[in-house]
Design a protein around this ligand. Sequence first.
Ligand SMILES: [Zn+2]
Length: 282
Amino acid sequence: MLSNIHYMNTLGKSRRDGLKTLAEYENIVESSIATAKSAATEAGSALITIRDERLWEETGHSGFEVYFRSRFKFSLTSAFKYIEMAEVKGSIEDSPHTEKIQNHGQVKALSVIPEPERKKVLNEAASRGDLSPAAIKAVAAEIVSQPSPPKPPPKKKSEPKECDSTGYPIPDGVMDLWTRRFELKEIMLKLSEIKCRVEKSQKESDPLFSGITPSTMIADIEKIRQTFKWEVPYAVCPYCQGVTKDKCRVCRGKGMIGEHAYQVNVPEELKAIRLKGCKEVK
Ligand SMILES: [Zn+2]
């Protein structure tokens, strides 16, 4: 049985389920992993809360990943899989077939489909009686990539649009980039794993690694990881609004900028305008 904290994380509302403490969320993670594979969604949801609500800060660690490694025995790769499972299931929560999404292959197949299209693809695949990853991909290729009609329908104000991390609606022209941000996160995850491996070899004085200077290697990996982190799309570019991106020198044609660039480089006045824009669309 899955609890009601499952999907709330991706709905853009309060992530805390009542007044649960970090310890209670940690219990959810551990008991879910111990009980059943299908409960991974529950673990993922609890991990999202710990990460996004920054509950890990109570433990004095420098970041979520460092906290995770010292607290849990299962791998960070698995953790990100559970998180992805919870995020994807959150985006299809009101489909009657949500609970049939049980394995990571299905989640992967759905995660590359733009969020607004996922339910449609899932329902169509279910109606054909095959929810395998290959079947989901085939249905997506068939019904998602169809050319748009010559005249786009007038924009309806009531239609909810997916928003960036600042709450600003993402224009269609940059949606693909937004949905692909996990590709960069995956690379960052792999770099973290290499870093862990180097640290472990240092602790164990592993002769296989004796030619490597751990401190230099770790610093290099951190630097590369940081570069990728800065590239992860965070906000629609506040200068071109992701629309006139081809001429924009700030986002260099991407239409989106990373969290560091948004927090550090965007003037407060521009952020205030952005915030107002976010409120207006709500
Ligand atoms: Zn721009």
